[in-house]
Design a protein around this ligand. Structure first.
Ligand code: SAH
Length: 225
């Protein structure tokens, strides 16, 4: 699966993809993440990618030309399933959106900055708008990294134990059960006996029950949907 991320701050996206699972996914050839510097597509001498808003008001607006040039170049090279704009007024990212996107092949992701991007970019090029939550960040880079992480870890072969993604919270409308590792007794705080019993059926039943209990307490909305 290939991601082309268009940003005015490529440096912000270097580290998130250079470690751990996301790095391994790229090394194994399971995902390709290409970051494009929007400034390389600026058409004017000053290499500016933003301008004052029509109608006045505070904040700069990212211009259509550099985004259009970059998107058109990419589209001439391959077909894209979606052109996604990270935006606080988009649909809020959920596990089911991540699951859905993990079946796609090529995605373009646009990162906004300043006040946002010219509405015509959204009208003409963008096919999907995704928010990572009801709060405003200063740029779309961290949201893009969040989206890519949520999707890449679902690609077959990326996690070493493939079933582990399936038992995570939100897969199957339940939160994950509590987890423990050694020592079995830390200063009198003990791991639940059932987990030490070696009885797989009992352990599964305990985990199901705990997951349900935790979901009822913390996120009853997941059970009502
Ligand atoms: N004026 C905009 C916010 C601009 S913030 C508004 O009120 O809706 C600058 C950029 O950061 C946005 O264009 C977007 O790309 C990104 N961004 C900020 N918060 C975000 C969020 N919660 N989810 C996704 N992207 C976000």
């Amino acid at each position: 699966m290939r991601f082309d991320i268009i940003t005015v701050l490529p440096g912000l996206l270097e580290s998130p993809f250079a470690h751990s699972i996301l790095q391994r996914a790229q090394r194994k050839g399971l995902s390709e993440i290409v970051v494009h510097n929007l400034r390389d597509y600026a058409t004017n001498k000053q290499k500016s990618v933003d301008d004052y808003p029509y109608g006045g008001g505070s904040g700069m607006v990212m211009s259509i030309e550099p985004f259009a040039a970059c998107i058109e170049k990419l589209k001439a090279e391959r077909d894209y399933d979606e052109v996604i704009f990270m935006s606080p007024d988009g649909e809020v990212l959920t596990q089911s959106i991540a699951n859905h996107l993990s079946s796609k092949k090529n995605l373009i992701i646009l990162c906004g900055h300043y006040k946002g991007i010219d509405q015509r970019i959204r009208d003409i090029f963008v096919t999907r708008e995704i928010s990572i939550g009801d709060y405003v960040l200063s740029g779309g880079e961290l949201p893009a990294a969040v989206l890519v992480d949520a999707v890449v870890r679902l690609l077959p072969g990326v996690l070493s134990d493939e079933t582990s993604a399936l038992s995570d919270s939100f897969q199957g409308d339940l939160l994950d059960a509590p987890i423990y590792t050694r020592p079995a007794d830390w200063k009198g705080h003990k791991v639940p006996d059932v987990l030490l019993s070696g009885n797989a059926a009992k352990i599964d039943a305990w985990r199901d029950e705990q997951a349900l209990e935790r979901t009822k307490q913390r996120r009853p909305d997941l059970l009502n949907d």
